[in-house]
Design a binder for this molecule. Structure first.
Ligand SMILES: Cc1cc2nc3c(=O)[nH]c(=O)nc-3n(C[C@H](O)[C@H](O)[C@H](O)COP(=O)(O)OP(=O)(O)OC[C@H]3O[C@@H](n4cnc5c(N)ncnc54)[C@H](O)[C@@H]3O)c2cc1C
Length: 241
């Protein structure tokens, strides 16, 4: 592996300054489970690596009363898998976190790294797309919000410019009668990556009422599903009835 300068910033502002100084010769690292193999294989040879592990503001997983969930970019797959509120309110997201690699990998692997690496096999991408989450992106020019459905521009490509950092994901609040699921297909049963991953999210907006033992009004559904697959295919579909 090529020698590189390692920076250990403590704040988002410090990260942004380092990215602005170093430009495209710098790479961010969170858990390193995607980046380090790419550096070892010689696919990437950054002159500088900016380690996000000391930036506390990226690590929060917070329930927002009435307005959903905020997931910091450096929250790990294991934290998402185990968080009791995420498991009950956003089961598709919790299920996707639980499927990433092994426990050892999940303790390091972050949601930000999973999304910014932009592999078609990224397990946490389809649920966040189906949940209509937004990415909060910081740069020296300020902050912007990008819907997850517009975050990926191709295989291993995202809307992020070299001087930008993913700060967090904003996951909207769901109605009381909501459900979601994430399923994937892998050729091997253990420690394999998805050939195809499908997330779905449904909310019943108008519950069935019963009259003399009969259902008198049907439920209306609002649903969204997201599919990612290798070779590169991705789709988001919405429906309402
Ligand atoms: C053995 C093994 C098994 C795996 N199994 C799975 C699996 O089952 N499912 C799956 O989806 N993945 C799997 N992976 C891939 C990997 O673990 C995940 O994609 C993980 O979530 C990456 O997160 P990380 O924090 O390690 O990313 P890193 O390696 O630290 O970073 C990945 C990329 O994202 C960029 N980045 C990181 N954070 C930010 C940020 N905040 N803003 C902007 N850019 C950022 C980095 O610059 C880098 O380009 C596996 C990997 C290994 C080694």
């Amino acid at each position: 592996m090529r020698r590189f300068h390692l920076a250990l910033p403590r704040s988002i502002d410090d990260c942004l300054k380092l990215l602005a100084e170093r430009g495209s010769e710098a790479k961010l690292v969170a858990g390193g489970t995607d980046l380090l193999p790419q550096m070892k294989n010689g696919l990437l040879k950054p002159a500088a690596v900016v380690d996000l592990s000391g930036v506390a503001d990226l690590r929060a997983l917070r329930r927002q009363d009435g307005s959903g969930l905020r997931v910091g970019a450096s929250v790990t797959a294991r934290e998402i898998e185990l968080d009791s509120y995420t498991r009950s309110a956003y089961p598709a997201l919790a299920e996707s976190g639980a499927l990433v690699g092994s426990v050892q990998i999940r303790n390091l692997a972050t949601v930000g790294g999973n999304l910014c690496n932009a592999a078609p096999s990224a397990d946490m991408a389809p649920p966040l797309m189906a949940l209509e989450a937004e990415a909060v992106i910081a740069s020296p020019r300020g902050r912007r919000r990008v819907p997850m459905s517009a975050f990926f521009t191709g295989v291993r490509r995202t809307v992020l410019a070299p001087d930008e950092l993913l700060v967090e994901l904003l996951v909207p609040a769901l109605g009381p009668r909501s459900g979601g699921q994430y399923l994937r297909h892998t050729p091997r049963r253990e420690l394999d990556i998805a050939v195809v991953g499908v997330a779905s999210q449904v909310t019943l907006t108008d519950g069935p009422s019963r009259s003399r033992g009969r259902r008198s009004s049907p439920s209306r559904r609002r649903g969204r599903s997201a599919i990612s697959a290798a070779p590169p295919i991705s789709a988001v579909t919405s429906s309402g009835s």
